[in-house]
Design a protein around this ligand. Structure first.
Ligand SMILES: NC(=O)c1ccc[n+]([C@@H]2O[C@H](COP(=O)([O-])OP(=O)(O)OC[C@H]3O[C@@H](n4cnc5c(N)ncnc54)[C@H](O)[C@@H]3O)[C@@H](O)[C@H]2O)c1
Ligand SMILES: [Zn+2]
Length: 346
């Protein structure tokens, strides 16, 4: 399946021979594959790359997504004698994709790169939209740029080795895509009892990329519409930050899932979302992600983190909120009192 994006294509579950043909046609001077230890073991071994190439391996994890790793990647690109006509293939999750894309876009002022996302999150979220970069002193995505790959190559078979918790985390972004823009996809999702019910990811992944692609094509630099992709993230990011170092640590998607539920509660309380839609969201999120125990959160600390959200303007908290399933408003004013009530009444 092929989805045209900006100036490249997203290709889902095509035969590897097409991948090799694409590279062959470009006549690259050098091809380098960037992996971490997991994607080397589970994905690289399964990737029948024809062309002679070199490998760069970095340790896995968000803590590697920093400029020091980039220096090491740039140095290894040089050591492998890469020039302006070389190609970097980023084989991994969002960390490899964001950082590898950033390194390729800046090495010798920019060389070609191909994204081969291997986690559910990176396949449906990080794969399109052109955002690349690294964290700085623990602040996420502080240094980076917008730039597009030559191609995004998605193989849903890679998801079979992904730890269940990572799969469930990425799934939250798929749920988000349905809630903000695709009521029909939502009706299908809500029938699922568990993620184990999904034996073929191809259709869900493709439709989810389609939704994100539609948004980023209309608003490439996040001037307006693209903000709807932040649904669930104002509160979700707050929860994720507060629980980061504790025993009840949540991965990104788990926090976003609870964030979507709390933000939906804010919408109901505002009279903007029907109780029926809210109950349907609540039932599904609690079925897949469990019941969020809000007593583990210090509300004042949560409000502080949310107050610093980059979507806010002039000290006013702004959130992307749904007013019905499949429809989202990009910047709704929310008061601290509304956040507190939603959390307490959940
Ligand atoms: N560019 C964007 O638009 C965008 C959007 C969303 C998120 N992101 C970024 O993506 C990053 C998170 O991405 P992620 O969740 O993919 O994390 P990740 O890249 O850290 O991958 C998660 C874990 O899964 C392992 N893994 C990857 N593929 C595997 C496979 N097929 N089988 C077994 N293990 C595998 C990795 O080694 C890692 O340990 C964050 O840094 C976030 O900022 C970027
Ligand atoms: Zn997210």
């Amino acid at each position: 399946m092929i989805l045209p994006s900006d100036n490249y294509e997203v290709i889902v579950d095509s035969p590897w021979s097409h991948f090799n043909d694409f590279i062959e046609a470009k006549n690259y001077s050098k091809i380098v594959v960037l992996v971490d230890e997991n994607t080397k073991k589970y994905c690289y071994e399964a990737m029948p790359l024809d062309k002679l190439h070199s490998l760069i391996e970095i340790p896995s994890g968000e803590q590697q997504k920093q400029i020091q790793s980039c220096s090491s990647i740039w140095e290894q690109l040089l050591a492998h004698k890469c020039d302006r006509n070389s190609l970097l293939i980023n084989l991994g999750g969002g960390v490899i994709g964001d950082m590898g894309g950033f390194c390729a876009s800046t090495f010798m002022r920019g060389i070609d790169f191909i994204q081969v996302p291997t986690t559910l999150l990176s396949q449906i979220d990080a794969s399109v939209g052109g955002k690349l970069g690294v964290d700085l002193n623990g602040v996420k995505n502080m240094v980076g740029l917008f730039n597009n790959p030559r191609m995004v190559w998605v193989q849903t078979s890679f998801l079979s080795t992904l730890p269940k918790r990572e799969l469930r985390s990425g799934f939250a972004e798929l749920v988000k895509h349905a809630l903000i823009l695709d009521q029909e996809l939502w009706s299908e999702l809500k029938k699922l009892e568990s993620l184990d019910d999904i034996d073929n990811w191809q259709d869900l992944v493709f439709r989810s990329i389609e939704i994100k692609n539609k948004v980023v094509l209309q608003d490439p630099k996040e001037g307006g519409l693209r903000k709807i992709l932040n649904f669930g993230h104002s509160i979700g990011h707050g929860i994720e930050t507060l629980l980061l170092d504790g025993p009840n640590h949540l991965v990104h998607g788990e926090a976003v899932a609870h964030g979507m539920l709390i933000e939906s509660k804010i919408s109901v309380n505002k009279g903007q979302l029907s109780v029926e839609d809210y109950n349907s969201i609540k039932e599904f999120i609690q079925k897949i992600y469990g019941i969020f125990d809000s007593s583990q959160i210090n509300i004042q600390e949560l409000l502080q983190v949310i107050g610093k959200d980059k979507k806010n303007k002039g000290g006013v908290i702004l959130m992307a909120l749904i007013d019905q399933i499949g429809h989202c408003q990009q910047a709704v004013e929310v008061s601290p009192a509304e956040i507190v009530s939603a959390l307490q009444e959940l």
